[in-house]
Ligand binder design. Structure first.
Ligand code: ADP
Length: 454
C-alpha cells in the first residue's frame, strides 16, 4: 500500500484534530493512520521561512510544517487566495480584489512549500493536495522533480467560464490543474465548468471515459461530493441534547420552535439575505410571531480581509434592526452569536431545532446542511431549508429548496417547514439519511484515493 501524503494550507496537529470529531479533519487523519502517512502544510506561524520543515512524528503519522514570512502570507493567503480566488469561485466578482503582487506571492509560496515537501517524498507515495490555496502545488512539485501520482480536491465551487475568465492569467490556473493526475470537484456542475474551460480556452480534449488531455498532459477529473461521518454525528447529537448547554437552550425557548443557522461569517453564506428573509417571514406570517426563535451562530473568520470586517458590521446592524422591529417584552425573535461552539454542542443544538436555514448564495458543498440532517431525532426530525446553490442540494433534494435571492420564497419555505406534518418530516429525513450514509466521509476519501491510485 502506498504511503499517503496530504497537503493543505493548515495542518491539523493531533490536539486540534481531536476537537474536530466527525469532520473532514478526522476523515483525513483516519486515512493517514490506516496506511501511515505525512501531513504537510503551513505551520500557522509567521517568521523566517527555513528550507527544513518542522517535523513532528506520532506512531504512524508525520506532521511537517513550514513557517511563512508575514509578507508572503499576506499576499498568498489574505491576498490572492481569500481576496481574489475565494470571491471569484463564489461568483462575487464585485468583491474580487486582484493584484499582481498577491499573485506573485501565491506562486512563490506554492514554490517554497513544494521545495520543502519534495525531499520528504518517497517514489511510491500518493500525494493528495487540498483546496484553492494550493492549485500550483503539483506543477511546483514536478518542477522539483516529483514523479509521484498527485491528486487535487477543490472544496469550493469551480466557476463557469464567463466568471473564471475575469481573473487575469486564469489560463495559468488551468495549466496548473492539468499538472495533477486527478482533479476532484464537489459536484457535476463544477466538473462541467472545468471541462468547458479546458475545451474552450485550453484547446484540450475530454474523452468519453472522462480523461482530460491538455497542456501536453493526460489526467482525470471527476465529481467526488464530500460527506460527513454520519453515524458519529447522529450518536454525538443524541448524547449532546442532554448536555447542560443544550438544556439551557431548550429551557430558554419556553416551548417555541427553534430555527437555526450555523455558518462561518462569510459573504458566500447569504446571511444578509437570510436575515431579510426572516423579517419577510415575520411580516408575511404574523401568527408565528412569539412562537419561533431564529438562532444564528456566525463565527468570525478572515478578519484581516477588509470585506469580512465590513460584513460583520452590516450583519450586526441588520440583526439589531430585525430585533428592534419585531421583538416584544417577552420575546426576542432573533438571537445572533459571533462565537464558535464545539462540534458536540452544535450537534445538540441541531437536534433541538425544528428547522435549519442553510441558504448560501454559493457554496462548494455546505457540511452544516449534512450535519443538521444527521443530528436529527429519527422519531421527530426537523426540516432542512436549503439553497439550490449549495453543492449539498445535488444530494439532499428531499430538503425544502428555496432560492436565497427571493426573500418571499425563503419565508414561504420556512412556513412550509414549520407546518410540516410528522409523516412528511420523517419521509424526507429518511430519504436524506440514505444518501448521507452512502456518501459518508469515508466513502468520499476511498473513492478519491481509489481513483488516484488506479
Ligand atoms: P465552510 O467550509 O465554508 O466553513 P461548511 O458548512 O462546509 O462551510 O463547513 C463548516 C464546518 O465548520 C462544519 O463542520 C461546521 O459544523 C463547522 N462550524 C461552522 N460554524 C461553526 C461554529 N460557529 N462553531 C463550531 N463549528 C462551526
Amino acid at each position: 500500500m502506498s504511503r499517503l501524503v496530504i497537503v493543505s494550507n493548515r495542518v491539523a496537529l493531533p490536539a486540534e484534530a481531536a476537537q474536530r470529531s466527525g469532520g473532514l479533519v478526522t476523515g483525513l487523519v483516519d486515512a493517514l493512520h490506516q496506511a501511515g502517512g505525512l501531513w504537510f502544510g503551513w505551520s500557522g506561524k509567521l517568521g523566517e521561512t527555513t528550507p527544513e520543515p518542522n517535523v513532528f512524528e506520532t506512531e504512524r503519522v508525520t506532521y511537517a510544517t513550514v513557517d511563512l514570512t508575514r509578507a508572503d502570507h499576506d499576499g498568498y493567503y489574505s491576498g490572492f487566495s481569500n481576496a481574489a480566488l475565494w470571491p471569484l469561485f463564489h461568483y462575487r466578482l464585485d468583491l474580487m480584489n486582484f493584484t499582481r503582487r498577491d499573485l506573485a506571492a501565491y506562486r512563490r509560496v506554492n514554490a517554497v512549500l513544494a521545495d520543502a515537501l519534495a525531499p520528504l517524498l518517497s517514489p511510491s507515495d500518493l500525494v493528495w493536495v487540498h483546496d484553492y490555496h494550493l492549485i500550483p502545488m503539483a506543477e511546483e512539485l514536478r518542477r522539483a522533480g516529483a514523479t509521484q501520482r498527485i491528486g487535487f480536491f477543490l472544496h469550493t465551487p469551480f466557476p463557469s467560464l464567463g466568471v473564471l475568465a475575469t481573473l487575469p492569467h486564469y489560463g495559468d490556473l488551468l495549466k496548473s490543474l492539468c499538472a495533477y493526475d486527478l482533479v476532484g470537484f464537489q459536484t457535476v456542475e463544477d466538473l462541467t465548468a472545468f471541462h468547458d474551460a479546458i475545451l474552450r480556452r485550453a484547446g484540450g480534449t475530454i474523452s468519453s471515459d472522462g480523461h482530460v488531455h491538455a497542456f501536453d498532459r493526460d489526467l482525470r477529473a471527476g465529481a467526488f461530493p464530500i460527506g460527513i461521518d454520519t453515524e458519529a454525528i447522529a450518536e454525538m447529537a443524541s448524547g449532546a441534547v442532554k448536555s447542560r448547554t443544550a438544556r439551557r437552550l431548550q429551557e430558554s425557548l419556553r416551548g417555541r420552535k427553534l430555527i437555526i443557522g450555523v455558518d462561518r461569517l462569510d459573504y458566500s453564506k447569504g446571511l444578509e439575505h437570510r436575515f431579510k428573509a426572516f423579517a419577510a417571514f415575520l411580516d408575511g406570517y404574523p401568527a408565528y410571531r412569539n412562537h419561533v426563535r431564529f438562532l444564528q451562530i456566525a463565527t468570525a473568520t478572515r478578519s484581516d480581509v477588509p470585506e469580512y470586517r465590513a460584513l460583520r458590521q452590516r450583519l450586526g446592524a441588520l440583526a439589531g434592526d430585525v430585533a428592534g422591529r419585531y421583538a416584544e417584552l417577552d420575546w426576542a425573535p432573533i438571537q445572533y452569536l459571533n462565537r464558535s461552539f464545539s462540534q458536540r454542542s452544535l450537534a445538540g443544538f441541531f437536534r433541538l431545532s425544528r428547522v435549519a436555514l442553510v441558504t448560501p448564495l454559493r457554496d462548494g458543498m455546505n457540511l452544516v446542511a449534512k450535519e443538521y440532517v444527521a443530528a436529527q431525532n429519527p422519531d421527530d426530525p426537523g426540516v432542512l431549508v436549503l439553497s439550490p446553490f449549495a453543492g449539498a442540494a445535488y444530494e439532499l433534494d428531499a430538503a425544502v429548496i428555496a432560492n436565497p435571492y427571493d426573500p418571499d420564497a425563503v419565508a414561504e419555505a420556512l412556513q412550509t417547514a414549520l407546518g410540516m406534518p410528522l409523516g412528511e418530516r420523517c419521509e424526507r429525513w429518511r430519504a436524506m439519511m440514505v444518501v448521507l450514509r452512502r456518501n459518508s466521509i469515508a466513502a468520499w476519501r476511498e473513492s478519491f484515493l481509489g481513483a488516484l491510485s488506479s
